[in-house]
Design a protein around this ligand. Structure first.
Ligand code: KIV
Length: 267
């Protein structure tokens, strides 16, 4: 029996019901299908795909057209999970109008059910504009990777009291602007707890400790596919990179030694 389609109101209600939200990233049809089958509640077509799928050094270069391509592919694999598309760098920062136009493309062309934007108070007007057009928005605070050059690296954020106060103000501004959830990335667990207790919308943590209303990881990290670096907050559930290398090495050897194809694999 198929379980109920996850919608934005369901994600919101999970906080009130104390049910944790399990979220992961996908950039293609097959991965989205696997995650959906596994019961993941929310699938994010993250701009992290710029790094773990396309091999860039940061999330900055990926374009709206590329993100829409990934969103379309992922949408074909999903029956149950909520599909959220990440708005890439400069697709929403220039003006609320341009942000709305791009958000609309993710929904109309990509099949996304919601979009995610990075940033706090300065993004509130933009969030309001998109939400008022009927497109649900997920916020993203703490370490916002599109601002890596401003931060000077992927460092833990909100470590001081004034920074935590700012984080809370940002979360309140996003909630008032109408977001349905907020990603909290790479911040102390105590700071994430304060935000989670302050806002009524669910917080979804990545490197933000156990007190958030849900958790998200980059799937390529969790599966051991992305080996360039492994943040401390990642739990690696499988070593698929190693398995792929071993399987393909065995295939190479079989081809070289004419052990493949065999009689049963031939016509
Ligand atoms: O791009 C991404 O995958 C993200 C998640 C890590 C939250 O923003």
């Amino acid at each position: 029996m198929e379980s109920k389609k996850i919608t934005v109101p369901i994600i919101r209600s999970m906080k009130a019901q104390g049910e944790k939200i399990a979220a992961l990233t996908a950039y293609d049809y097959l991965m989205a299908l696997f995650l959906d089958d596994a019961g993941i509640d929310l699938i994010l077509v993250g701009d992290s795909g710029a790094m773990v799928f396309a091999g860039y050094e940061s999330t900055i270069p990926i374009t709206v057209d590329e993100m829409i391509y990934h969103t379309k592919a992922a949408s074909r694999g999903i029956k149950r999970a909520l599909l959220v598309a990440d708005m890439p760098f400069l697709s929403f920062q220039i003006s609320p109008e341009e942000a709305l136009r791009n958000a609309g493309r993710f929904v109309k062309e990509g099949g996304a059910e919601a979009v995610k934007v990075e940033g706090g108070e300065p993004m509130a007007e933009t969030v309001r504009r998109i939400v008022n057009a009927g497109i649900p928005v997920m916020g993203h605070l703490g370490l916002t990777p599109q601002s890596v050059n401003h931060f000077g690296g992927y460092k833990v954020q909100a470590r001081t009291e004034p920074e935590v106060d700012q984080l809370i103000s940002d979360a309140i501004a996003l909630e008032q602007a109408g977001v349905f959830s907020i990603v909290l990335e790479k911040i102390p667990a105590t700071a994430a707890k304060k935000v989670t207790e302050t806002v009524t919308v669910p917080t979804i943590g990545i490197g933000a400790g156990p007190y958030c209303d849900g958790q998200i990881l980059v799937t390529h990290d969790l599966l051991g596919l992305f080996e360039k670096f492994r943040p401390r907050f990642v739990r690696v559930y499988a070593e698929l990179g190693k398995e792929i290398r071993e399987a393909c090495a065995r295939y190479t050897e079989d081809v070289k030694l004419v052990k493949f194809p065999g009689r049963e694999e031939s016509y």
